[in-house]
Design a protein around this ligand. Structure first.
Ligand code: X8Z
Ligand code: ZN
Length: 656
């Protein structure tokens, strides 16, 4: 169901679990006396729609803890045993869910109570991993999903005996000042090698989920994904295109400016036919360009926004204290030193998480339950492989066990990711009293936008109030600097947010075939992002999409694009609610109870009504609309246009 589809896609590494699953209970009315599943139509005749939805809710409630625990183990202890437990739990759930979907389809929704009709609708349209009915194929699917998740999570780039995990590879790329062109290129290529073994699995995954989708009455898996937006699936793609059209001119200015700076720094190697070389943006996927700050900062030294420096210093101070308490460095064994380093890592990670929690409680939302800090994984364990990709988990349906899984490092990017993850966590807490079928985002883009809206409120004033930057400078230059900081995270992301599912929709509908998986990927990267790989074309020996978590993890991605539009709409409404006056980009609604109440009321709705209604309650409008993005970035857009004057912007191949 939608609720849990959102839940699990966010939370569960392999995106296996559309829902918690448990074995059939004895009094399951969908079963015949002989223990065989009754035909869905017969089951629907002998059980009212209300009773059916009630049974679905109870089943979700009962199955969720076991399913989420299995998935948590699969993501935090990667080994063959946890994979077996994870895929078996998924298998049980998906079998149950298929039964539910078949029965849901057998009801005539005319004349039903509105909540029952909505629950049936969500059941029929909310499966990110449609599973075939054939038990052997269903089992194969869950095993592939677990294996791909584990392959990604344990992925390493090895040169001889020297192996680097995703965190270490990312650090080489992130150091855009210190790492050389060749070092970054080797790191980028090294990470992409981890995806090669996934290619076959992914191909089979597509076949199996497509079969499940057809059995559910859809054309293919992409068609199921697009059905989850309370509008005809066919309209949804056009809607996403419309929103992209609104922000595309702003992105093109940013791309042009960035490319120019890379050319200044790297000469001819700084661009490829007007495109940005994939290994030079400070990020493995070119989705966040924040690490290019040293190169792109518009006005050097105007209002220091060195959050990375501040966090690193805090960690050093914590470490020095711990070392002093233990009697000084010279008295420590090597093992004790490692232990103390880890203690410092955990302490700064916890401190960063509490800063984020403070924003939410400052809005009047509840403190996180103690169990959050007890059960979450905040730093990377040393003794095993884990999926480091950040995620937030509702372990059950009553909100008493929510967790975050991250490998936190003391950087600004990670700090904002914590605010993002707590957005998911607070959404779970806000809608915990809804029936389990409605425990989801209004749509999946809402779920992604909750925390990011808060991130927009992390203005220099806010950062100063939590001690991470000095008192901010007030000047036009400072405005542009801060706008650039935000644009490198938000604007740079938008085409990336769109293209991943353009690729997957094509794979699922057969217009992209296994013999052009990689070629199609790089065509889309070129078309939307204006990004290209250095050197020879990356042919079909590679499987570059698999080097991004959400592909092996099977998490639909258009949600993030939508979130990057919605979060500006939410932000504007909350700023209005808080009585903010002045330009949108200056608004910080921290500690404002009116904004908090408005937000919480919206979040409490979960997926109990069409998202358009929920959006209207918060913003007054029923449409997603990127004009708030443009309003926010208006000063930067003007500035970029001036900077780019006289340059030839755009890139080959021509954009359509
Ligand atoms: O995957 C995430 C979150 C978990 S929902 C860390 N994000 C996308 C990504 O990292 O690719 C947040 C922004 C986009
Ligand atoms: Zn998220």
């Amino acid at each position: 169901m939608k609720s849990h589809r959102a839940l699990l896609a966010l939370a569960i590494s392999a995106g296996l679990l559309a829902l918690a699953g448990c074995s059939k209970s004895d009094d399951d009315t969908a079963q015949t006396a002989a223990g065989k599943t009754a035909a869905p139509a017969d089951a629907a005749k002998s059980e009212s729609a209300d009773a059916f939805v009630g049974r679905v809710n109870t089943t979700i409630e009962e199955m969720t803890p076991e399913l989420t625990s299995a998935a948590w183990l699969g993501a935090t202890y990667i080994n063959p045993d946890s994979q077996r437990v994870e895929s078996a739990a998924n298998e049980r759930w998906l079998t149950k869910n298929n039964e539910f979907i078949a029965q849901a389809k057998a009801y005539d929704t005319q004349g039903l109570d509105a909540a029952t009709a909505r629950a049936l609708h969500l059941l029929k349209t909310s499966s990110s991993m449609p599973a075939p009915r054939d038990p052997a194929k269903l089992k194969e699917l869950t095993e592939i999903a677990s294996r791909m998740g584990a392959t990604y999570g344990s992925g390493k780039w090895c040169v001889g005996e020297d192996c680097k995990d995703i965190g270490q590879v990312s650090q080489i790329l992130a150091d855009t000042d210190g790492s050389s062109y060749d070092e970054m290129r080797a790191a980028w290529e090294g990470w992409h090698s981890i995806a090669v073994p996934m290619r076959k699995d992914y191909q089979r995954f597509v076949e199996l989920t497509n079969e499940g989708a057809v059995e559910m009455g859809f054309e293919n898996t992409g068609d199921v994904w697009r059905a989850g937006y309370d509008m005809p699936a066919a309209d949804f793609q056009a809607e996403a295109d419309r929103l992209w059209g609104q922000v595309q001119p702003l992105y093109e200015q940013l791309q042009c400016y960035t490319r120019g700076k890379l050319e200044e720094k790297y000469g001819e190697q700084g661009s490829i036919n007007g495109m940005i070389p994939a290994h030079l943006t400070g990020n493995l996927w070119q989705q966040d360009w924040g690490n290019l700050w040293p190169l792109l900062q518009p006005y050097d030294g105007v209002g220091s926004l060195d959050v990375n420096g501040a966090l690193e210093k805090q960690r050093q101070d914590i470490l020095s204290d711990l070392v002093a308490k233990a009697g000084g460095m010279r008295n420590l064994t090597a093992a004790k030193q490692v232990e103390i380093e880890r203690q410092a890592d955990l302490e700064i990670a916890t401190r960063m998480t509490k800063l984020a929690e403070g924003f939410y409680t400052g809005l009047g939302m509840p403190a996180l339950p103690e169990s959050f800090y007890e059960h979450s994984m905040l730093i990377q364990p040393r003794d095993r492989d884990v999926v480091c990709h950040a995620s937030a988990w509702p372990m059950n349906t009553d909100g008493t066990d929510v967790r975050m899984k991250m490998c936190i490092k003391p950087t600004e990017e990670e700090l904002t990711t914590i605010y993002h993850e707590l957005g998911h966590i607070y959404y779970y807490l806000a809608y915990k009293d809804q029936a389990p079928v409605f425990q989801g985002g209004a749509h999946d883009g809402f779920h992604e936008a909750i925390g990011d809206t808060i991130v927009l409120s992390m203005t220099p004033e806010y950062l100063a109030s939590i001690g991470l930057v000095d008192q901010p400078a007030v000047s036009e230059e400072a405005v542009i600097n801060n706008q650039m900081r935000m644009a490198l995270a938000k604007v740079a992301f938008m085409p990336f947010g769109l293209l991943i599912d353009r690729w997957r929709w094509g794979v699922f509908d057969g217009s992209i075939t296994p013999d052009n998986y990689n070629q199609a990927w790089w065509e889309l990267k070129a078309k939307y992002q204006g990004v290209a790989p250095a050197g020879e074309t990356r042919g079909e020996d590679f499987f570059d999409p698999g080097a991004k978590y959400h592909v092996p993890g099977n998490t639909p991605y258009t949600r993030y694009f939508l979130s990057h539009v919605l979060q500006f709409q939410f932000y504007k409404s909350l700023c209005d609610a808080s009585g903010h006056e002045g330009p949108l980009y200056t608004c910080n609604f921290a500690d404002n109870p009116e904004a908090g109440q408005r937000y919480w009321a919206m979040m409490q709705r979960g997926s109990s009504q069409p998202w358009q209604q929920t959006l209207k309650e918060l913003t007054g409008g029923e449409q997603m609309d990127a004009s708030a993005v443009l309003e926010y970035f208006q000063p930067l857009q003007t500035w970029l246009t001036e900077q780019n004057q006289g340059k030839t912007c755009g890139w080959e191949p021509a954009k359509s």
